[in-house]
Structure formats: C-alpha cells, structure tokens
Write a protein that binds this ligand. Structure first.
Ligand SMILES: Cc1cc2nc3c(=O)[nH]c(=O)nc-3n(C[C@H](O)[C@H](O)[C@H](O)COP(=O)(O)OP(=O)(O)OC[C@H]3O[C@@H](n4cnc5c(N)ncnc54)[C@H](O)[C@@H]3O)c2cc1C
Length: 296
C-alpha cells in the first residue's frame, strides 16, 4: 500500500468521498485506465467498431464487484451475474487495513475495528499478535453479505448492469467476430426461485464465481487447491460479547484443524466461529447447509 492511500484513509469517514482512491491511484501510477480501456477495445477488434466492449462478470463477490466497478468506470458495457444477492459467503471476514484504503470502503460497512488479535496454541498458550499494530491501525471485521452488496451497488452506480441469476454455461465464439453466449437462469421475484432461462452475448467473460467456478470449468482451467470450511454465527449474552468487543481469536492445532485454523471473529451483534481444512476434506463431518467449498 502506498503512503498516499494510507494518508487519505486516515481521515476516517462515514461514506465514500467524491474523489475515490481509484483516482488517487491513477494519478500516482500515471495511468489513465478508463481512457486506455476504451482505446484498446476500439482498436484491436473490427467487431467492436462503433460500440463499446461488452464484458460479463460471473460472480458478485469482492472480485466480481470490484471488477465490475472498474470496467463500468472505464466505459465498458458491463454485466455482472450473481446467483444470490444476500450471499453470506463462508469467510472470516477479517479485512486488512490496506483493503479499506485500496477499495475505498466507507467505515459504516465495517462491523468492528479490532485492535487485539490472539493466536491460541494447542496447549492454550495465547500470543497477542495484534501488538504490532500502530495506534491508528486495526483489523476490520465485516459481514460478507454487507461488503459484497456494497461493492456491487457501487458498480451499479457506475453503470454496470447487475443481473440476479445463476450462470449455467457458455458457448465459445464460433469465429473471431462472434460473441461469447452466456446461458443463465434469471431469479423469479414472485416465486423466489429459478426463473426464465436467458442468454447474454458479450465480447469477454471474467470468471469471478469462486471455488466451484463454472467459468473455470467451461474454459478447462484445470484443477486448483481449495479449502473446505464451516462457520456459525452465534449470538452470545451481552456480558460475554463484551469480551470480544475488540478481540479476534485464531486457534491453531490438530484439535481445531489439521492444516488450517479456527477463528472467533466478532461482528455487529454476534461472533462468527469457524474452522476449515485444505487437505483433510474427507475427514470433516460438516452439518448440511453449513458446508462450503471456498478458494483461499
Ligand atoms: C475458511 C475461509 C476463511 C477465510 N477468511 C478470510 C478472512 O478472514 N479475510 C479475508 O480477507 N479472506 C478470507 N478468506 C478468503 C476469501 O473468502 C476469498 O479470498 C474471497 O471470498 C474471494 O473472493 P471472490 O470474489 O474471488 O470469490 P467469492 O467470494 O467466492 O465470490 C464468488 C461469487 O460468485 C457467485 N457464484 C458462484 N457460482 C455462480 C454461478 N454459477 N452463477 C452466478 N453466481 C455465482 C457466488 O454466489 C459468490 O457471490 C477466507 C477463505 C476461507 C476458505
């Protein structure tokens, strides 16, 4: 993170200022990427003459939401397909300080700004790893449905079209002038279930659909390492919540996870408690509904 970002972050604010960090980055890196994207789109392909590049992003997590915002700002006709708008992605939701500045996040989407973090060993020895934080630093605790929705909404404000739908498959371009054709099921607001099957034609596709990525499968992207984890959000009595007011805990050791860690992260009015594994997936008994495969 460069010092400019940190400086502008230090003026804590409730909502995003008019001049975003994207602008700050642009200035410092001396690139004007919105303009650049438009020019590249027009020059490299004859099929793009007279219109903007169309890009579909599959998946509306942090990767998809921020990609959609950046592309829409750059004048790209941007479509983002997300299957579940209130997805509580299984994730500790601890964000590093640099993310707040780099992604220009308003403070009101951060549940807690924790300055104490304990790492607890199998023999119950606790090390305070939060001590290295400087006086203005903290670890942000977010709920993923809040963070993800915020980034998607900001993409929409910047011109991206957000589609609530389940991406099913895509047809590859038949020749260099043909589009990618994405097939997806729309969400039916009336029944709350799967709606009509639809198609979308675009010039490029970004797969941001997580560990089970159908886009990755469609392009035969190969195998990759992933973790399997579960997490419960637990409301604890107020007096116990006081203990976690400014404290996150991470547990290591075989009793918690053979190769990952367990966590207790405080959120707005509850603690999120979870554990996972990268290599021992078959050994884990995970209650139905709480299981999620997740790229790390
Ligand atoms: C156990 C665990 C704990 C973690 N804890 C932390 C942490 O504390 N802090 C941290 O910074 N990172 C953490 N991570 C990592 C973090 O979760 C990932 O890096 C991050 O979620 C990746 O974001 P993404 O946008 O690429 O994908 P995802 O967040 O997985 O988003 C993918 C999106 O695509 C959507 N989608 C999937 N398939 C389709 C489809 N067919 N059609 C339409 N939409 C689809 C999903 O609904 C989802 O919204 C953790 C990861 C794990 C496994």
């Amino acid at each position: 993170m460069n010092s400019m970002v940190l400086k502008s972050f230090l003026g804590l604010r409730k909502s995003s200022p008019e001049t975003s960090h994207f602008a700050v980055h642009q200035k410092h890196a001396a690139i004007s990427f919105p303009q650049k994207l438009k020019v590249i789109a027009g020059k490299t392909s004859p099929k793009l003459q007279g219109r903007n590049l169309r890009v579909a992003i599959v998946g509306g997590g942090p990767a998809g939401g921020s990609a959609a915002e950046t592309l829409a700002k750059g004048g790209i006709e941007t479509f983002l397909i997300e299957r579940k708008m209130d997805n509580c992605k299984l994730c500790g939701g601890a964000i590093p300080l640099c993310m707040v500045g780099e992604f220009d996040l308003p403070l009101d989407i951060i549940d807690r700004r924790v300055t104490k973090m304990k790492m607890i060993s199998p023999s119950n020895v606790a090390v305070d790893i939060g001590r290295t934080l400087k006086s203005h630093e903290y670890i942000g605790m977010v709920r993923r449905e809040v963070l993800d929705a915020y980034l998607r909404d900001r993409a929409k404000e910047n011109g991206a079209t957000i589609i609530n739908g389940l991406f099913l498959k895509m047809d590859m371009p038949k020749d260099k002038n043909s589009p990618y054709v994405l097939h997806y099921s729309g969400y039916d607001g009336k029944t709350g279930g799967v709606g009509e099957k639809r198609t979308l034609e675009v010039d490029a596709v970004i797969g941001a659909d997580g560990a089970n990525s159908r886009v990755a499968k469609a392009i035969d992207a190969g195998d990759y390492e992933y973790a399997i984890a579960f997490q419960e959000r637990i409301k604890i009595p107020d007096d116990k919540m006081v203990y976690y007011e400014n404290l996150a805990e991470m547990y290591v050791g075989d009793d918690v996870s053979p190769d990952f860690y367990g966590w207790v992260f405080p959120k707005c009015d509850h603690v999120a408690v979870g554990t996972g594994t990268v290599t021992h997936k078959a050994d884990k008994e995970i209650p139905a509904g709480n299981k999620e495969k997740s790229r790390r």
